[in-house]
Design a protein around this ligand. Structure first.
Ligand code: ADP
Ligand code: MG
Length: 349
C-alpha cells in the first residue's frame, strides 16, 4: 500500500510536531490553516491557507489528502462533518462535538461514572447567583477557552457584583479544587482494546498555563493505575482513533478528578519526543494511518519547560548539552503568554 497523505487542520506547534513526526516515517502532510504565518508551514510538505468555513479552500484540501486530523478541537463541527463525508476525519467529528463544550464533556464523563469536580450550567446572572453554594469556584466559557482564557475565579459571593461575564456565551461554574497535583495521561488508541499508553505525566501550571511537565510523576500506584484505567475507558467509550490526552486533578485527600479531555496530541506530551522510542505525535500518525502499532518503551526520564513570551530570547542564543533538546516554534511574533518554544531535559532512568 502506498502511504496515505495526512491533512492536518491547524498550523501551530502541535501541527508542526505532527508534520515532523510524519516526515520521519515517510508520511506526507498538508497543513490547512487560517493563519498565513502558521509555523507548521516550516515542517509540512504543503500548506493551504483558508478560513475554516471556506468551502472552496476546504475542497482543495480534501482533494489532496487521504485522511484528515487536527491539532486543536475548536474547529466548527459542521466543517469536520462535511470533510468526513469524503475523507475520513480521525478522531471522528462526533467526539469533537462532545469535547469542545465543557458541559457536554463533563456530562459524558459522569455518565460513564468518571469523577469530575461539581459543576452547573450558567446562562445568566440569575443562574450564577443561585449557585453560590458552589463557591469558591471557577466560571469558564463552555467553548473556545484555552490556556485559562475566558475563566474567572470566584472566591466568595462578594466578588459576584464586580464580575461582568459576557452572557452571549454559555458558561459552566466549576467547584474549585484545592490542588495537590495535576497529572495527565496520553494514550494512543489504534482500535478496539488496542492502545499504547504513556506513564502519568506530572504538570505544573502558572497563571493557568502549563509551565513544566515531567516523568516520572510523584504519585502513588493507586492513582497511577486509576488514571490509566480511566483514560482507557474514555478512549474505548468514544471509539477513539489517534492520540488523546486526559488532564487530571488530585486533591489533598488523593481524590482523582478528570479536568478535561483533549482529543489530540497535547503540550504535556512534548517530552515523549525525547523520552520514548515513539512519541505521542508519531503514534497519532501511525494510528490514524492504520500503520503498525509498536510497543512504546521509555528510554529516559524527562522534564519539559514551556518557553512562554520572551523566555525564548535567551534560549535562542544558548548552547545546549547532549541531554537538552530545544524546540523553537518559529512563531513570527513574540507575545506575552504565547507559547514560543520548549526545552526538554532527559535523564537516565
Ligand atoms: P484550559 O482549557 O484553558 O486548559 P482548564 O480547565 O484546563 O482550561 O484550566 C486551566 C488550569 O486552571 C488547570 O490546569 C488548573 O491548574 C486550573 N483550574 C481549572 N479549573 C480548576 C478547578 N475547578 N479547580 C482548581 N483548579 C482549576
Ligand atoms: Mg487544560
Amino acid at each position: 500500500m502506498v502511504n496515505p497523505v495526512v491533512g492536518i487542520i491547524g498550523g501551530g506547534q502541535l501541527g508542526s510536531m505532527l508534520a515532523a513526526a510524519a516526515k520521519k516515517i515517510n508520511i506526507k502532510t498538508i497543513i490547512f490553516s487560517d493563519d498565513i504565518n502558521s509555523p507548521a508551514k516550516n515542517f509540512a510538505d504543503e500548506f493551504i491557507f483558508g478560513s475554516y468555513d471556506d468551502a472552496k479552500k476546504i475542497n482543495e484540501f480534501i482533494n489532496e489528502v487521504d485522511v484528515v486530523t487536527f491539532e486543536f478541537e475548536n474547529i466548527p463541527y459542521q466543517t469536520l462533518k462535511k470533510i468526513n463525508e469524503s475523507k475520513k476525519v480521525l478522531p471522528k467529528p462526533e467526539i469533537n462535538r462532545i469535547v469542545q463544550n465543557r458541559l457536554s464533556e463533563k456530562d459524558f464523563l459522569n455518565k460513564i461514572n468518571i469523577n469530575t469536580t461539581k459543576y452547573v450550567s450558567v446562562k445568566n446572572d440569575k443562574d450564577l447567583k443561585s449557585n453560590i453554594d458552589l463557591l469558591p469556584a471557577i466560571l469558564k466559557t463552555c467553548t473556545l477557552g484555552y490556556d485559562g482564557k475566558g475563566q474567572y475565579k470566584i472566591n466568595s459571593s462578594k466578588e459576584l457584583d464586580s464580575l461582568r461575564p459576557d452572557f452571549k456565551n454559555e458558561f459552566i461554574l466549576e467547584k474549585l479544587i484545592i490542588l495537590k497535583k495535576e497529572i495527565s495521561i496520553i494514550i494512543t488508541r489504534f482500535g478496539k482494546e488496542r492502545y499504547e499508553i504513556y506513564e502519568p505525566i506530572e504538570n505544573i501550571h502558572e497563571d493557568q498555563i502549563l509551565k513544566f511537565s515531567k516523568i516520572p510523576s510523584d504519585i502513588n500506584n493507586n492513582i497511577s493505575k486509576k488514571s490509566k484505567d480511566w483514560a482507557v475507558k474514555i478512549a474505548e467509550e468514544l471509539d477513539y482513533i489517534g492520540t488523546l490526552c486526559v488532564e487530571y486533578f488530585i486533591d489533598k485527600n488523593d481524590n482523582l478528578y478528570v479536568n478535561e479531555i483533549a482529543p489530540r496530541v497535547h503540550n504535556s506530551g512534548h517530552l515523549t519526543i525525547n523520552s520514548h522510542n515513539i512519541s505521542q505525535f508519531e503514534n497519532h500518525i501511525r494510528a490514524i494511518c492504520g500503520l503498525e502499532q509498536i510497543k512504546i518503551k521509555k528510554i529516559y526520564d524527562a522534564r519539559m519547560q514551556n518557553l512562554i513570551g520572551d523566555d525564548i530570547n535567551s534560549y535562542r542564543k544558548k548552547k545546549f548539552k547532549d541531554n537538552e533538546f530545544f524546540f523553537d516554534y518559529l512563531k513570527n511574533e513574540i507575545k506575552k503568554k504565547r507559547k514560543m518554544g520548549h526545552i526538554t531535559v532527559t535523564k537516565k532512568c
